[in-house]
Design a protein around this ligand. Structure first.
Ligand SMILES: Cc1cc2nc3c(=O)[nH]c(=O)nc-3n(C[C@H](O)[C@H](O)[C@H](O)COP(=O)(O)O)c2cc1C
Length: 319
């Protein structure tokens, strides 16, 4: 998730989440073969076997519209041995769409096919090749054709964010459409969108007929959501997230520590606020902390708040 789920947060979240794999923020491909530092910046895990410290495989996502250029970058990226290469046809951001990137290409199934075919040929089976799509630009008229184009072009798995670009991030997600997509392609289809709780997962599974899901914001709002789902599937009794705040605190402190170590002080607060903003959905203390630091732009002042949090939980000071 661009601007949010960077390597630092991936590291913290995959420590507790039991994920099959995760995906980087997108790397924008326009008209040149990018140098390796661009891929390493998006995926520092490439230097460590393309895994997070916890061992979760990391796939790298590309976003672009030029088949030859995407193929050239995918071919090079494959030599860096990511756990997979994913193509983004879901981003709704106007500045991305203006340059013919992301969800806007869903109106052009033939182009999707060409991109998938050329990227697949360039990767030549060296790493997994997946694609992420929405249901369309302004409506779902081309959803099935777009999915077929990607799958027949060579994408080995599709993640379907069950909304159109026009829907943005507004609920609901139209999970039944994920099932419709799965009926017309020969590759695995993973459901995505608006899964915040175990109950959402169960509803999504019932409506889409898919048991595999990709978690987005829900995994940040409740870092134990993936585990909660797995536990339920294994027959364990599910607990509501609120009681897990003491288990969230060390993650939050570890994240702040990493952000403070690696980012300029002026960029650190925004990162923490974004995560707290999602955490407050389930955790009341996160809402309190968010209110306390919301107006602070000074990382030093935020250090003080997190040091107090660490003391309250008898944990090592974060910085
Ligand atoms: C801030 C933000 C950044 C995102 N960046 C990406 C991205 O780089 N690549 C991608 O495939 N999806 C991206 N997404 C979309 C999510 O991966 C996911 O598909 C979407 O939020 C729906 O799932 P959710 O309701 O579980 O969050 C982003 C979403 C948000 C909110």
């Amino acid at each position: 998730m661009e601007g949010m789920l960077d390597s630092r947060l991936r590291e913290v979240i995959t420590r507790v989440g039991t994920y099959d794999w995760c995906v980087t923020e997108f790397v924008r491909v326009t008209n040149q073969r990018l140098p390796s530092r661009c891929f390493m910046r998006a995926a520092p895990e490439l230097a460590h076997g393309a895994q997070t410290v916890a061992g979760t495989p990391v796939r790298v996502q590309l976003l672009g519209s030029d088949p030859a250029c995407l193929a050239a970058n995918a071919a090079f990226l494959a030599t860096l041995k990511p756990a997979g290469i994913d193509l983004n046809f879901g981003c709704p951001a106007p500045q991305v769409n203006r340059h013919r990137g992301g969800a806007v290409l869903l109106n052009e199934p033939e182009l999707l096919h060409t991109i998938a075919r050329e990227v697949s040929a360039a990767i030549a089976g060296r790493v997994a090749f997946t694609a992420k799509m929405r249901l369309g630009v302004s409506d779902t008229a081309k959803a099935l054709e777009a999915a077929q184009s990607l799958a027949e072009g060579g994408a080995q798995l599709l993640v379907v964010h069950a909304r159109t670009k026009a829907d943005g991030y507004r609920p609901p997600a139209y999970w039944e459409w994920v099932g419709r997509v799965a009926e017309v392609v020969q590759v695995p289809v993973v459901a995505n969108g608006e899964i915040w709780t175990l109950q959402d997962y169960l509803r999504c599974r019932a409506q889409s007929g898919r048991s595999d899901v990709m978690l987005g914001r829900g995994a940040l709002a409740d870092p134990f959501l993936a585990q909660r789902i797995r536990d339920h599937l294994a027959g364990a009794t599910a607990r509501p997230p609120g009681g897990d705040w003491p288990r969230v605190v060390p993650l939050l402190l570890a994240y702040w520590q990493a952000v403070r170590r690696e980012l300029e002080p002026r960029h650190a607060p925004g990162r923490l606020k974004q995560w707290l903003n999602l955490l407050q959905r389930h955790y009341l203390p996160a809402a309190v902390l968010f209110r306390q630091i919301r107006a602070l732009a000074d990382a030093g002042e935020i250090d003080g708040h997190l040091a107090a949090l660490a003391r309250a939980h008898a944990l090592a000071q974060p910085v």
